[in-house]
Design a protein around this ligand. Structure first.
Ligand code: NOJ
Length: 561
C-alpha cells in the first residue's frame, strides 16, 4: 500500500485521541487543566503514536454542560488559557506531526450567549430568528428529551416575549435555527476562524438534531442534508484534507445518509455507535456473534468517508440501540447497580472497571478495537486503563483528571488538593495504582500494549483502508475478520471467551503457497491447499496475521500461543 499517495486521506487510518483541556494537565497550578499543561503532555501522545487530537469544547462557557454550552465561539475559556496558548498548543502538536480537531457545537448555544440574550429581549430582535420559537410546545413534546433526568420538555417558556423556545438538550441550551441563512453563514465563519488557527477539522456535536425540522410550518423546506454538503464544501474549499467527524447515533440505514452521495460529500467520518454497542453485548455474552452480525450489516462508507470506531467516549456508554433485554444483559454483566447506569439507557463506567480489571481481557478488547475496520478513537485515560468515579454526578463520572503519576493529584496539578474540584477515583483505579509514569516503565503495561497496537495498526493500513470480510470461526466466542487491500491480506482473530479453544478458518483465494505470519508475536501458521488454517486461541487471546509467501515469513514456525 502506497500510503504516500494517499496521505491527503490521513484520517482513513488515523489514531484519534479525545481529551478535555480542563481535565488533562494543569500548567499554572490553579487546580484546573489548561492549554499550557496540555502542551507539556503532547509528547506522551506522540510516543503512543496518536496522529490526531480531538479537543472537547474549550470555549467560554458557564460550564453547566461541561463546556457544551458556549457563550463565545471565537475564544478560549479564560480558565483554560488564552488564544495565544491555543496557538502554541497547535504549534507543538504540528511540530510532532499531530493534527488537531475540535468539537463544533452549533446545534445550540448557552442561554447566556449574547445572541440568545438579544434574541429573547424582544420578538423584533435582530437575533430572534436565530433560535426556534413557538406559541406553544409542539404536540409530540416531550418525546425525544435527551436528558430525561433533568428535563421533561423540549420547550421552555420565555416570560418576557411570551413564546416557547426549543432546546433539544438542557433548557439552558437553546437550539440555533440552522435553517436561517445568517446562522449558516455564522457557522462557516466559526469553522473558518479555527481553521485559520490550524485545526484540521471538527467533531460535529449532535448531528441529527442540527438539521431536524422542529416545527411543521407547512412550507417546502430544503433538504436538510444540504446543510452538511454545504459545510463540507466550505471546509474543503479552505482545506481539502480537513474533516468533519460526526456524532450520529442512528441505525445504519439512517446513519449512512450522513456521508452524503456516492463519493461522500457530507460528513467525512461517523462514529459507529452500532458496532460499539454490539461489542459490549458480545463481551457480556462472551459470544462474538452480535458483533459479527453488526459488521456484516454495516454499509460500506462512500469512497471519501470512513467509520470511526471506539470503545468509550465522554458521555454515557449508550446502549440505546440494543433491545431492552439485550441492554439488561449488558447492565447485569457490567453495571448491575442502579448507580452505574444512567438515563435507563447507558452506563457511566469505563471499560477496565466493567471488566473487573482483568488485564488480559482489557488488552484483548483494545486489540479488537485497533483491528476493526475503521479509524479508532480513544478517550483520554483509556491507554492506561483509568476507571471512573461514581461519586461524581451522571456522565461526568468518566471525566476525571488524567492520572500521570502516583503523587499528589495524580500528577495532574501542583495545586493544593482542595483546589482540584474534580475528584479522582480511589483504590485499585486511583492514581497510586494506575498512572502513566509507572506504565511507561513496564513493558507489560496496558500503555505499552496500546503503543504496540498503534504501531501495528499503522503498519497494517489494510484494516482501515481495505475491504473487510467477517470470517466463520466455528467457535461462538471467537471473532475473526480479514481485510484485503492492493493484493495484501491481514487477518485478526479475537477470543471473547475465557476458555482456550481451537479455531479453524477458511481463507478464500489462499493455498499452501502462502503462510500466515503472526504480527503480535513471533511465529507462523501453514495454510492448506483449500485455504484452511487451524490454530489455538488462548483465554481472551488475540492474534493478528499477515498472509505472505513463506520465504518472506520468519523461519520459526513455533506456535506462540
Ligand atoms: C453531545 C455531547 O457528546 C454531550 O456531551 C453534550 O452534553 C450534548 N451533545 C449537548 O451538546
Amino acid at each position: 500500500m502506497r500510503l504516500s499517495m494517499t496521505s491527503d486521506l490521513w484520517w482513513k487510518n488515523a489514531v484519534v485521541y479525545c481529551l478535555d483541556i480542563e481535565t488533562f494537565a494543569d500548567g499554572n497550578g490553579d487546580g484546573i487543566g489548561d492549554f499550557r499543561g496540555a502542551i507539556q503532555r503532547i509528547d506522551h501522545l506522540d510516543r503512543m503514536g496518536v496522529t490526531c487530537i480531538w479537543l472537547m469544547p474549550f470555549f467560554p462557557t458557564p460550564d453547566k454542560d461541561d463546556g457544551y454550552d458556549i457563550t463565545d465561539f471565537y475564544n478560549v475559556d479564560p480558565r483554560l488559557g488564552t488564544l495565544g496558548d491555543f496557538v502554541e498548543f497547535m504549534r507543538v502538536a504540528r511540530d510532532r506531526g499531530i493534527r488537531v480537531i475540535a468539537d463544533l457545537v452549533v446545534n445550540h448555544t448557552s442561554d447566556q450567549h449574547p445572541w440568545f440574550k438579544e434574541a429573547r429581549s424582544s420578538r423584533d430582535s435582530r437575533y430572534r430568528d436565530w433560535y426556534i420559537w413557538s406559541d406553544k410546545p409542539e404536540p409530540d413534546d416531550p418525546k425525544g428529551v435527551v436528558f430525561p433526568d433533568k428535563e421533561d420538555s423540549l420547550w421552555e417558556y420565555d416570560e418576557k416575549t411570551e413564546q416557547y423556545y426549543y432546546h433539544r438538550f438542557y433548557r439552558f441550551q437553546p437550539d440555533l435555527n440552522t435553517a436561517n441563512p445568517e446562522v449558516q453563514d455564522e457557522i462557516s465563519r466559526i469553522l473558518g476562524f479555527w481553521m485559520e488557527l490550524g485545526l484540521s477539522g471538527f467533531r460535529v456535536d449532535a448531528v441529527p438534531f442540527l438539521i431536524e425540522q422542529v416545527t411543521d410550518s407547512g412550507d417546502d423546506l430544503p433538504d436538510p442534508h444540504e446543510f452538511f454538503a454545504c459545510l463540507r464544501a466550505f471546509l474543503s474549499r479552505r482545506d481539502g484534507s480537513a474533516i468533519l467527524l460526526g456524532e450520529v447515533n442512528l441505525p445504519y440505514p439512517d446513519l449512512v445518509k450522513y456521508f452524503g452521495n456516492d463519493l461522500g460529500d457530507e460528513l467525512t467520518m461517523c462514529f459507529d455507535f452500532i458496532s460499539m454497542q454490539r461489542t459490549y453485548l458480545s463481551l457480556a455474552r462472551e459470544d462474538a456473534r452480535p458483533l459479527a452480525a453488526a459488521l456484516r450489516e454495516r454499509p460500506n462508507p462512500p469512497r471519501d468517508s470512513q467509520w470511526a470506531t471506539f470503545m468509550r467516549n465522554h458521555d454515557e456508554l449508550t446502549l440505546d440501540k440494543l433491545s431492552d433485554s439485550e441492554r439488561e444483559e449488558v447492565f447485569a454483566a457490567f453495571g448491575p447497580d442502579k448507580d452505574m447506569q444512567v438515563f435507563g439507557r447507558g452506563l457511566r463506567r469505563r471499560l477496565p472497571t466493567m471488566l473487573g480489571g482483568d488485564l488480559e481481557r482489557i488488552k484483548m478488547v483494545y486489540s479488537l478495537l485497533f483491528s476493526l475496520p475503521g479509524t479508532p478513537v480513544l478517550f483520554y485515560g483509556e491507554e492506561i486503563g483509568m476507571g471512573e468515579n461514581l461519586e461524581i454526578e451522571g456522565r461526568l463520572a468518566v471525566r476525571t483528571p488524567m492520572q500521570w503519576t502516583p503523587h499528589r493529584n495524580g500528577g495532574f496539578s501542583d495545586a493544593d488538593p482542595s483546589k482540584v474540584s474534580i475528584p479522582m477515583p480511589k483504590g485499585d483505579f486511583g492514581p497510586e495504582k494506575v498512572n502513566v509514569s509507572a506504565q511507561e516503565r513496564d513493558p507489560d503495561s496496558l500503555l505499552a500494549w496500546i503503543t504496540r497496537l498503534i504501531r501495528h495498526y499503522r503498519d497494517c493500513p489494510e484494516f482501515a483502508w481495505g475491504k473487510y470480510t467477517v470470517l466463520d470461526t466455528g467457535v461462538d466466542a471467537v471473532f475473526a475478520h480479514r481485510a484485503d487491500c492492493d493484493g495484501e491480506t491481514v487477518v485478526a482473530v479475537h477470543n471473547l471467551g475465557d476458555a482456550e479453544t481451537e479455531v479453524e478458518l477458511t481463507l478464500e483465494g489462499f493455498d499452501s503457497s502462502k503462510v500466515l505470519t503472526d504480527l503480535l508475536v513471533d511465529g507462523r501458521i501453514e495454510i492448506d491447499d483449500s485455504g484452511r488454517v487451524g490454530f489455538p486461541m488462548g483465554r481472551y487471546g488475540c492474534r493478528w496475521f499477515r498472509a505472505s509467501a513463506p520465504e518472506t515469513a520468519p523461519a520459526d514456525s513455533a506456535d506462540p500461543s
